[in-house]
Design a protein around this ligand. Structure first.
Ligand code: C2E
Ligand code: CA
Ligand code: CA
Ligand code: CA
Length: 279
């Protein structure tokens, strides 16, 4: 409140942070959370509109704190990044996503790709690609089941290094998507240089697609850019049927959002998304 109407700040966990004695305490607790089984993954389905089938599940981390209950990632990812804990946390997330995929494969159900969010801090780490490949190989799943969601800021920092990392991951069969597409760096040059499989249109454009002609125009342009480059395009944050109707008219191919499902536990995914078609 003290900072006025800064939109970024409204998402800061002031109430949560007050529950921890201080930042050090929160960091200590988060370090413990990674090794003491307090983290868990929720999954949000991605629907392919032409087939009405789920094609992918995005893994989204949660922290089940022994005193404070379920803490959303917006409340601890930036602390993890500042403290360096994002590296072990990110490894935990990737390993758990692979293990869950392996469980589903063993039970012969839910034949979907899994998308894992990669923080720019992880992506900048020299050892990132090798470590990621090692984790996947340890779990025994085919890397082609995985997609890494990275942001534009991740890839724009060192173009040469980025190409090498992305090519290494692609050679293993891992797909790459650009998360929050449109709100980051405005250069489109990388789209022709890098092996990219998917653009995720940021929720902020989709939100007012029905009422704001600029948001509609940008969404429309990204969808057609995707078609022209033969890249999958996902509209994020689809909450209403009206948004879905416009996205279909705009020839959008895939969606994610509360309209279909919020992120839910693996058990809930199994109960809800074992059917063939959804909308
Ligand atoms: P993101 O990658 O853009 O993930 C999408 C966020 O939008 C999720 O929030 C999801 O719950 C929310 N969302 C999905 N559909 C809708 C909708 O229809 N309406 C609205 N209002 N929201 C929707 P969540 O799970 O709280 O995650 C927030 C952010 O935290 C993520 O944004 C991502 O940047 C980060 N994050 C989450 N898990 C991880 C992780 O394992 N590693 C890293 N590095 N970052 C993560
Ligand atoms: Ca994401
Ligand atoms: Ca996103
Ligand atoms: Ca986002």
């Amino acid at each position: 409140k003290q900072t006025g109407r800064n939109k970024l700040v409204t998402y800061q966990p002031t109430s949560l942070k007050h529950r921890f004695a201080n930042q050090i305490q929160m960091e200590t607790d988060l370090r413990k959370a990674i090794t003491h089984n307090q983290l868990l993954l929720y999954y949000q389905p991605r629907l392919e509109l032409s087939t009405d089938r789920i094609i992918c599940l995005e893994a989204l981390v949660r922290w089940n704190h022994p005193q404070f209950g379920m803490i959303p990632p917006t409340d601890f990812i930036s602390l993890a990044e500042e403290s360096g804990l994002i590296l072990p946390l990110g490894e935990w997330v990737l390993r758990e996503a692979c293990l869950q995929k392996a469980r589903w494969l063993a039970e012969d159900k839910l034949d979907y790709q899994i998308a894992v969010n990669i923080s720019p801090c992880q992506f900048q780490d020299e050892a990132f690609a090798d470590k990621a490949i090692q984790i996947i190989e340890q779990t025994g799943i085919n890397p082609a089941y995985l997609e890494f969601e990275i942001t534009e800021s991740s890839i724009m920092q060192n173009m040469e290094k980025t190409v090498a990392v992305l090519e290494k991951l692609c050679a293993k069969g891992i797909s790459i998507s650009i998360d929050d597409f449109g709100i980051g760096y405005s250069s489109l040059n990388y789209l022709k240089e890098f092996p990219i499989h998917c653009l995720k249109i940021d929720r902020s454009f989709v939100k007012n697609i029905q009422s704001n002609s600029n948001d509609w125009a940008i969404t429309h342009a990204i969808i057609h850019l995707g078609h022209a480059l033969n890249i999958q395009v996902v509209a994020e944050g689809v909450e209403e049927i009206g948004q879905l109707d416009i996205l279909k008219e705009t020839t959008c191919t895939t969606i994610q959002g509360f309209l279909l499902s919020p992120p839910i536990s693996a058990q809930e995914i199994e109960l809800t998304f074992h059917e063939k078609t959804y909308i």
